[in-house]
Design a protein around this ligand. Structure first.
Ligand code: DGL
Length: 264
């Protein structure tokens, strides 16, 4: 047993898609979420900047006495998880990466598509996943600049977002891909719109639940489940707490209150 909370971080509200799946799967766990909204978007940062930011964030989460850290951001995972594991060997990490293996297994047309930030799309990590799991597939790798900013601004359900999605999804539609992976944790908040544009023949994969199941597996292996009847949910941001609270509450349909401001 271990009643300490699980820590999560992302560049903003996107990681809440994984927070939400974890809360649902592990309702007895307390959770601490840090949104690095002061430095969003990560998709346009260099690997060095990301190493620096994510190390500071993990130090902050360790100071909150977390028992495990979920890197609830593809961009941070593909560029930093190795570095974080080396720097903080005392804590287990769970990351999130585009689900290339699942896409390769499920496609019938032989063409798969991945939507992610430009930094993830161009990363050696993603290239490695494709080489390992989808060497014989045609891969439509779309770096989607700006989508996460619209989600952060509380504009997920606007025509501006739909227009941008239509632009990014055009090559996917033309390619004949029948499976699409959401390679940025902000995108599950756009899932309905994405599905509407792609139509019923294209299946959309969101890694939130598999990540939550991985968290459960690690807690089981370490015998570190918590047993809270009333778990606590704490939120911090490096940006504007009121803005985070408003956007997060709307996206989650859950009251996110008392958001703390953190300077890294
Ligand atoms: N949500 C993040 C991801 O999964 C990054 C968004 C961003 O800040 O660019 O990649």
């Amino acid at each position: 047993m271990d009643d300490r909370p699980i820590g999560f971080f992302d560049s903003g509200v996107g990681g809440l898609t994984i927070w939400r799946a974890t809360r649902k799967l592990l309702p007895q766990e307390s959770l601490v979420f840090l949104a690095d909204s002061g430095h969003v978007p990560y998709g346009e940062k260099s690997p060095e900047e990301l190493h620096d930011l994510t190390s500071r964030i993990v130090r902050f989460l360790l100071a909150q006495d977390v028992k495990l850290v979920v890197v609830a951001c593809n961009t941070a995972t593909v560029h930093c998880i190795g570095h974080l594991r080396e720097t903080f060997p005392q804590i287990p990490f769970v990351g999130v990466v585009p689900v290339v293996k699942t896409l390769a297994q499920r496609t019938r047309t032989g063409t798969i598509a991945v939507l992610s930030t430009p930094a993830t799309a161009g990363s050696p990590y993603l290239a490695g996943l494709v080489e390992e799991f989808a060497p014989d597939k045609r891969v439509i790798n779309v770096g989607c600049d700006g989508l996460e900013d619209l989600v952060e601004a509380g504009q997920a359900r606007t025509s501006r977002t739909t227009a941008l999605l239509e632009r990014y999804l055009a090559p996917v539609l033309q390619s004949g891909a029948d499976v699409v992976g959401l390679g940025c944790t902000h995108y599950p908040f756009l899932r309905r719109r994405i599905k509407r544009i792609l139509g019923p023949r294209v299946r959309v994969y969101d890694p939130s639940r598999p990540v939550a199941r991985r968290v459960r597996q690690l807690l089981r292996e370490g015998d570190t489940f918590a047993a809270h009847e009333k778990p606590s949910y704490r939120f911090y941001t490096t940006g504007d707490p009121a803005q985070f609270a408003a956007v997060a509450s709307k996206l989650l349909r859950f009251p996110v209150r008392d958001v703390g401001y953190v300077e890294l």
